[in-house]
Write a protein that binds this ligand. Sequence first.
Ligand code: HEM
Ligand SMILES: CC(C)=CCC/C(C)=C/CC/C(C)=C/COP(=O)(O)OP(=O)(O)O
Length: 285
Amino acid sequence: MSLQHKVKAYLKLGKLGVVSLLDLAAIAGSILGYRHGISLLPIIPMIIGGTLASMGAMIINSGIEIDKDKVMSRTSRRPTVVGYVSKKEAIIVGTILSIFGILMGFLDNILTAFFIALGVTIYVFVYTILLKPRTWLNIVIGGFAGSAAAWAGYVSITNSFTLEGFLLGFLIFMWTPGHFWSLALKYREDYINAHYPMLPAVVGITTSAKAIAISNALMVPVVILLFMYLNPYYLAASAIISLFLLYLSFKLIRNPTKEEAMRSFIFSNIYLMIILLLIILSKLI
Ligand code: HEM
Ligand SMILES: CC(C)=CCC/C(C)=C/CC/C(C)=C/COP(=O)(O)OP(=O)(O)O
C-alpha cells in the first residue's frame, strides 16, 4: 500500500472530526485559565500533543476492536476491518503517537503531560478494554476521557488545577452520555449484534430517550454555572442554546425514533461547539 494511502487510512482511524472538537475543548480550557499578561504560547505544544495522543488513542481503539467493528454497520468499512491496517500495526502506531503526544505535554509542564496521559489511559484502558464490553456505565465513566482534553488545556496555561478548570471538564463529562447515547440509539441493532452493553442496547428505545433527556437536563446547570468565571453575555447566550437543546431532548422523548436520535446526536456536537466558542469569546472580548 502506498504511503499516501496509509496516511489516509490512519487519518480516518484517528477521527479528525472528533479530534477537532476535542481540540476546541482544550483551547477553551486554555482560554478559561488565561489571565492578562500571561503567555498563550503553551497552547501550541499542548494542542499538538493532545491531537497526537487523541488520534493515537483512537487508532489503538480501532486495533483492539477490529473484530467487533466487523459486525457493526457503522464501523465495518474502517481501514482496520478492510485490511489496510492490521490490528498489531494499529496498536503499535497508536501507542507511538500517544507517547509522543504525552511527551509534547512535558514541553509545557508536568500537569499538561499528566492530563494528556489521563485521557489516553481512561479511553484505552478504562473505557475501551474494561468498561465498554461489560457495562452500560461505560460511557458515563469513559466521558472523563474527554474531560482530560479540557483539563490539559487549562493546566497548560495555569500550571494549576482549580475549581474553574475542573468545571469545564465536568461539563464535558456531563455532556458525553447525551452525545453518545443518541448515536447508540440510532445504531442500537449494531450494538446488540456486537454484544456491547450500550444503554440503548440494554433498555428500550423510550427509556434510552428519557436517559438522553435527563442527562442533557443535568448537564445544563453545569454549563450555566460556568458564568461565575465569565460574564452575563455568556449566561444569556448559553441559557438560550441550552433551552433549544432541552427542546430537542423533549422532542426525542415525545418521538423516540432513530431520526430524532440522530438530530439529537448532531446537535450535541453543535451545542458543545457553541458553548466552547462562547467561553472563548466571552473571555477574550
Ligand atoms: C468516551 C467518550 C466518547 C464516546 C464513547 C464517543 C462516541 C462517539 C462515536 C461512536 C462517534 C461516531 C464516530 C464514527 O462513527 O466514526 C462519535 C462522534 C463524534 N464525537 Fe464522540 N464520543 C465520546 C466523547 C467525545 C468527546 C469528548 C468529544 C468532543 C469534545 C466528541 C466529539 C465527537 C464528534 C465531533 C463526533 C462526530 C465526528 C464525525 O462525525 O466526524 N466525542 N462519538
Ligand atoms: C486528552 C486526550 C488524549 C483525550 C482523549 C479523548 C478521546 C480519545 C475521546 C474518545 C472520543 C470517541 C469518539 C470515542 C469513541 O469510542 P468508541 O470506541 O465508542 O467509538 P467507535 O465505536 O466509533 O470505535
